[in-house]
Each structure stands twice: as structure tokens, then as C-alpha cells.
Write a protein that binds this ligand. Structure first.
Ligand SMILES: Cc1cc2nc3c(=O)[nH]c(=O)nc-3n(C[C@H](O)[C@H](O)[C@H](O)COP(=O)(O)OP(=O)(O)OC[C@H]3O[C@@H](n4cnc5c(N)ncnc54)[C@H](O)[C@@H]3O)c2cc1C
Length: 396
């Protein structure tokens, strides 16, 4: 059956970015539709996917304003007090100490860690009964087109929808982005991330630890003192070999690579794999169309910026849309979308390209790159402005 429906805003994708954006439009008169192929039950109870999302202080503020932070079960928000980066056997390391202030308030935490499925669940709870939202679950956007007057969306069941603005939050491989003719810088790193939880005898001191071994990177993200997430990044052709190891073999391998710094290790969850592809859209808008979340920028996870940027994207766009709606102005006007694009690109471009540069530097095995790595760690360790810049990013 073909149903013609008009909305103010159509949001494509009920991942964390799409859900956050919808929540940001709660106290408005805008009629919003949220489209996702998953069932409502799956969106309500997402399963663990291995990702422990490092969140900055500004992200905490956004999630708290949404009511989502408070909805994460007690004991499931982990504190990242400090971080250390080391390069193979080089004696130099970069240390990010516990900050004293964040967002203008005293703190004893560099950032936070929350499992991705719990963030998604908490956000879903905040929008599940939102009065101005129509849920279109088990539906996929098949086609999106736009004229200066309105945007049109065709769903996979033939339904035709129209809106003043379509907001795409349909992942870094966004099909709607492609349909709207937005070019994207895409980089396949040829590497795969393998993640699992590990239990260990020695405390992790609530400190993240990133070690660039030759050929692979190992990051330890602290959850409780004796529970961490181990994140192995490796050339994709060697990923299967790690997945094939028994739990005891993997634990022994991690123990050896960490020089015993966490004591005896036991594998405490199943393993998840993510092939690494970075994406950055050249523009974050088209006619009556905007990109948020990973659809705008899909980051390499090493600097843990992906969802933090996603939250910022939806906050910038939502504020512009809310203001326009309050003044009775056009929420899909080109000037509004260009302002969004300018503000968000300014934040994301340096972070995206800077992260890719770091990845290149720390994964290239040439002798020159090894020397450069040591120099970077040595200089960054000694030059507090570089560290301050990174710390400020985390603490706002
Ligand atoms: C290993 C790993 C570790 C990470 N660690 C961190 C971290 O520490 N800190 C951090 O900030 N970020 C981190 N990230 C990034 C973070 O997970 C992502 O930025 C975030 O999940 C993206 O959310 P999203 O809503 O934009 O997209 P997604 O989560 O990809 O959701 C997209 C949604 O769109 C829907 N969809 C797709 N196509 C269509 C269609 N045609 N029609 C309708 N719906 C559609 C999908 O069903 C899905 O629900 C990490 C990522 C990985 C892979």
C-alpha cells in the first residue's frame, strides 16, 4: 500500500546519532519521522558489540541533557583517569595525566567509557515515547530526492514521504549521501580491529594504554580496575589468525605483549571484528538534506572521536533547526544548512586528517617512520602545548 505522508523532518537511521538528533527536537512542534530497518525490539535491546565508547566531557553534558547518561545502569559508566601512548620498545611515552578542570568545573577524569549497546539503549529509552515522532521501523530508505521546495523519500515498501528536511544518520557507508550526490573522501586502512574484554590480576590504574608494536597496535581501555577492553589493530590478512586463537592462547599473547603489566590475563567476552575504513564527506549538506554522525564523518577509532563528533554534529544542526522553527523560518533553508556545514567541517577536518596522519605514522614500518614516531613522542611529551591541545579536546 502506498501512503503519502508529510513531515517536517525525516531522520534516516536510528543509530546513536539519529536517536540523539531526534531527542534534541523533543520540545518543538516539528513532526519528525525516524526510519530504520531494525525492529523496535532490536532497537530497544541492542546486543553487546564489543565497542567501549570513550566519551569526552562535552559528550557527557549532551547525553545528560538528553536524560540518556542517567539511564545507563549504575556501575556501567567507567572512568578514564589518564592515558599513556608508547611506541614498541622506545623508552619515550606520551602521558595524559588526570586533568583538574573540565568544562569549567573541577574533575578527576580525563573521559568516560560506556559500552555502545548501553548508549544506544539509553538513547532509545529517551525517544521511545516522544510525542512528535513517528517510528518507521523495519523500513529502509530506498531513494531520496529533493527540490528547493521539499525532499521526497521512497521506502522499500513503496511508501512515499516528504519533508522540509531529510537528516541522514545511516552510517559511514550512507546510501542516501551517495544518492544526493555528495562526494566522500574514503580511506580503507587495510586493517582490522579485534576487540574483547579481559580480566586481569593487576590493576589497570584506570589508565588507557596504547602500544604501537611493529605490525600491530594494542590498546587497553580500563573498565573496572581488573577488567579492561583489549583492542588489537592488525593488518586485515592476519586478523583471522587472531580470531582462531583459543582464549588461553590469546591471553598468553596479550600477557607477553604487555610485558606482564596487568598480571595474569583471562579472556572475558567473545571477540568482535571491525574492518577499518575512514570516511569524510566533502559537504555535510545538499538540497533539503544534511548528514550527521558517521554519515558525515566516519573516524578511525584510535583517537576515539567518532561518536563524540556525531554528538556534536547533531547538537549543531538541532540548534539551528530549533531556532528556525521557533522563528517560523524554513528549517531546510540553504543558508541554515551552509552554516551547519561550516561549523561542523571546522571541527572535523583537522581531527579526521590529523588522526589519519597519526595512524600512518604509527603503522608504517619504515625505519624513517620509526625515528619520526620516537621524535613525536619525545617532542609531545616535552611540549605541553601539544598535550594541552589534545587534553582540551577531551575535557572541553
Ligand atoms: C571498534 C570501534 C571503536 C569505537 N570507539 C569509539 C570511541 O571510543 N569513541 C567514540 O566517540 N566513537 C567510537 N567509535 C565510533 C562510534 O561507534 C560511531 O561513531 C557511532 O556508532 C556512529 O553512530 P551513527 O548513529 O552515526 O551510525 P551507526 O551506528 O552506523 O547507525 C546507522 C543506522 O542507520 C541505519 N540505516 C542504514 N541504512 C539505512 C537506510 N537505507 N534506511 C534507514 N536506515 C538505515 C542502520 O540500521 C543503523 O541503525 C568506535 C567505532 C568502532 C568501530
Amino acid at each position: 500500500m502506498n501512503v503519502q505522508s508529510n513531515f517536517d523532518v525525516l531522520v534516516v537511521g536510528a543509530g546513536p546519532a539519529g536517536l540523539s538528533f531526534v531527542r534534541s527536537l523533543r520540545d518543538t512542534n516539528l513532526r519528525v519521522a525516524l526510519i530504520d530497518p531494525a525492529t523496535r525490539e532490536v532497537l530497544q535491546q541492542p546486543q553487546p558489540d564489543g565497542r567501549e565508547i570513550a566519551l569526552t566531557h562535552p559528550s557527557k553534558d549532551i547525553l545528560t541533557a538528553h536524560g540518556a547518561w542517567q539511564a545507563v545502569p549504575e556501575g556501567e559508566v567507567y572512568f578514564l583517569r589518564a592515558a599513556k601512548v608508547v611506541d614498541g620498545v622506545s623508552p619515550f611515552e606520551l602521558h595524559f595525566a588526570t586533568p583538574k578542570m573540565a568544562q569549567g568545573k573541577p574533575t578527576d577524569t580525563l573521559g568516560y567509557l560506556i559500552s555502545n549497546h548501553l548508549i544506544r539503549r539509553a538513547l532509545f529509552e529517551q525517544v521511545a515515547d516522544q510525542p512528535n515522532v513517528t517510528w518507521l521501523t523495519e523500513r529502509k530508505v530506498q531513494r531520496v530526492t529533493a527540490t528547493p521546495e521539499s525532499a521526497q523519500v521512497t521506502l522499500d515498501d513503496g511508501q512515499q514521504l516528504s519533508a522540509k528536511l531529510v537528516v541522514a544518520a545511516d552510517s559511514r557507508f550512507s546510501q542516501t549521501r551517495q544518492q544526493m550526490g555528495i562526494a566522500v573522501d574514503m580511506h580503507d586502512f587495510g586493517r582490522t580491529v579485534i576487540i574483547c574484554r579481559i580480566a586481569h590480576d593487576e590493576s589497570n590504574q584506570h589508565t588507557a594504554f596504547e602500544c604501537f608494536h611493529y605490525g600491530r597496535t594494542l590498546a587497553i581501555l580500563p573498565l573496572t580496575a581488573n577488567l579492561s577492553s583489549a583492542v588489537i589493530t592488525i593488518d586485515s590478512q592476519h586478523a583471522q589468525a587472531i580470531l582462531d586463537l583459543s582464549d588461553d592462547e590469546l591471553a598468553a599473547d596479550l600477557h607477553q605483549r604487555l610485558n606482564g603489566r596487568l598480571g595474569e590475563i583471562r579472556i572475558a567476552s567473545q571477540r568482535h571484528r571491525y574492518p577499518l575504513v575512514g570516511t569524510h564527506a566533502r559537504r555535510f549538506y545538499s538540497t533539503r538534506f544534511a548528514l550527521i554522525g558517521d554519515a558525515a564523518v566516519g573516524m578511525h577509532p584510535v583517537t576515539a572521536h567518532g561518536f563524540n563528533l556525531g554528538l556534536q554534529s547533531q547538537a549543531i544542526l538541532a540548534e539551528l533547526v530549533r531556532n528556525a522553527a521557533a522563528q517560523g523560518a524554513d528549517i531546510g533553508a540553504p543558508a541554515l544548512l551552509q552554516t551547519y556545514d561550516r561549523r561542523h567541517q571546522r571541527k572535523t577536518r583537522p581531527i579526521y586528517h590529523g588522526t589519519n596522519l597519526i595512524v600512518k605514522l604509527f603503522t608504517t614500518e619504515h625505519a624513517a617512520a620509526k625515528v619520526a614516531r620516537t621524535a613525536v613522542l619525545r617532542v609531545s611529551g616535552a611540549l605541553s602545548p601539544i598535550k594541552k591541545l589534545i587534553s582540551r579536546q577531551l575535557t572541553g
